[in-house]
Design a protein around this ligand. Structure first.
Ligand SMILES: NCCCC[C@H](NC(=O)[C@@H](N)CC(=O)O)C(=O)O
Length: 475
């Protein structure tokens, strides 16, 4: 090895070091994803123990993205990331996630019942439940749901900030190397978090005495471990930054507000951002209702429904890294996006029409497997494709803006679906008797629009030669 080569070697050139950095980043996201869905399998218990009806649950679920969307927190997060770097933003986002989650825990704990905070929340933001009320609060919403929504709102800022920070961190450590594979592995680890939660949350809650807050307490503690992972990552990042010195891209490419204009005026950027919001609006909001939907169609307990739904994130976790590796070596990114949208439509249509008619566990499993494959194809192709479409100088802000647009859908759809469930089930009060046909048709229609955008993206790529169908690593 020549002297020059020795000088150019940095921590990221060591396979063990860069994958070690990925494990630390991915661990924090893993715990973040656990908290994100900790209450999803407990809707029935929330309704029984805390009087959360579907509208209250929908508002709570949508609150996660409220500050990101309406206070433009994600845009600020992008600016903070580009100005302060991955290290600082990782620790900040980990702290915000933890604090928000702690408030959420207090709200569903027994300590909140009968407290002065409960009295205060009873009188807080009692707005009518109408179309113009875009806040996560409404008159008649249980105080615990309002307080939970406040905590979840801050948690949402932290987890989304962590999401763009981790993406930027992966690009920092893996650029020119196994980037799509690394993103695939990171997402796979996050999906395992969701799989763990759908099974683990009802089990923890059902330990005698049955408690909706116990799983939340455990998830808050895990977020503390996530914060420690980010702090450990910060030491590695500092060492890398020292080695990079003048070659540090974070210093070379500072964020400029004018860059946002360049991003917003790019047609291909809009195609990706719209495809992203439509696709993910039929995934994450669906995830919040999936257990209850399976319970209603199959007359299952939350645990039994959890075992079926479990296949979805676990299947996605198993396949996503392989597809990332495929994208690195063979390409076909646009085709993967189209195929992913088709599979999602088939799955949601089968849940809308076939599952209620047959009440078949096999149909439920087949639908979930298809969705798992879809949820591997689209994320594995989407996120590593962004660097091909956007100038590398604008990458951090591009991820932030895509997340922001995506968050609009993630905010609206849990509420829209909550309202659709109520309006399509007039008079139904038993949380195990809802008919999910109309809500599932809404999800399927999102897939149809995502599919159209997938075709448009492929055509645009063919016309302008962005290289979406080409491999990431040139042999
Ligand atoms: N390194 C990949 C980052 C994106 C992963 C993606 N997550 C999101 O899109 C989040 N903004 C969603 C959310 O949690 O609100 C995913 O596929 O999980």
């Amino acid at each position: 090895m020549t002297n020059t080569n020795k000088i150019q070697q940095t921590l990221r050139d060591s396979k063990a070091a860069r994958w070690g950095a990925l494990v630390l980043l991915a661990s924090a996201m893993f715990f973040g994803y656990i908290f994100m869905d900790i209450l999803s399998p407990l809707q029935e218990l929330l309704q029984i123990q805390r009087e959360w009806d579907p509208a209250a649950y929908g508002r709570y679920a949508g609150s996660e993205t409220f500050l990101n969307v309406f206070v433009f927190f994600l845009i600020f997060a992008g600016i903070i990331l580009d100005k302060m770097g991955v290290r600082f933003t990782a620790i900040l986002s980990g702290s915000v996630m933890f604090l928000g989650a702690a408030v959420n825990y207090y709200a569903v704990s027994d300590a909140f019942v009968g407290s002065s905070a409960e009295t205060f929340m009873n009188n807080f933001m009692n707005l009518p439940l109408s179309w113009w009320n875009i806040t996560p609060f409404f008159d008649g919403m249980p105080a615990s749901a309002k307080m939970s929504a406040i905590g979840f709102m801050f948690f949402g800022c932290g987890v989304e900030m962590a999401g763009i920070t981790v993406s930027r961190g992966i690009v920092k450590w893996f650029k020119g190397k196994e980037m799509a594979l690394a993103m695939g592995v990171e997402m796979a680890i996050a999906r395992i978090g969701v799989a763990v939660v759908v099974l683990g949350s009802p089990v923890l809650a059902s330990i005698d005495p049955v408690s909706v807050s116990r799983p939340v307490a455990v998830a808050v503690l895990l977020l503390l471990i996530g914060l420690i992972s980010f702090i450990c990552y910060a030491f590695m990042d500092k060492k890398l930054e020292k080695q990079l010195g003048e070659n540090d891209e974070e210093k070379d490419d500072p964020f400029k507000v004018s860059d946002l204009g360049k991003i917003f005026s790019s047609k291909v950027f809009w195609l990706v951002a719209l495809l992203c919001v439509l696709y993910y609006s039929a995934i994450f909001p669906f995830q919040k209702y999936a257990i209850n939907m399976l319970q209603c169609n199959l007359s299952f307990s939350a645990e039994q429904a959890g075992w079926i739904f479990f296949v979805f994130p676990l299947g996605a976790a198993a396949i996503t890294p392989f597809l990332g590796n495929f994208l690195d070596k063979k390409g076909k990114g646009a085709t993967m996006l189209i195929l992913g949208a088709v599979l999602m439509i088939v799955c949601h249509l089968s849940f809308a029409l076939l599952l209620p008619a047959t009440q078949s566990v096999l149909v439920a499993y087949l639908g979930i497997v298809l969705l798992g494959i879809s949820f591997s194809l689209v994320p594995a192709a989407l996120w590593p494709s962004v660097p091909k479409l956007v100038d590398s100088r604008l990458l951090g802000s591009a991820y932030a803006v895509i997340f922001w647009i995506q968050n609009i859908g993630l905010y609206a759809f849990p509420m829209i679906i909550g309202s659709v469930i109520q309006s399509s089930n007039p008079g139904v009060t038993n949380p195990l008797e809802y008919n999910y046909t109309v809500p599932m048709l809404v999800f399927a229609s999102l897939g149809v629009f995502a599919l159209i955008l997938g075709f448009m993206l492929k055509a645009e790529d063919k016309k302008k030669g962005y290289g979406l169908e080409l491999p990431n690593i040139k042999e």
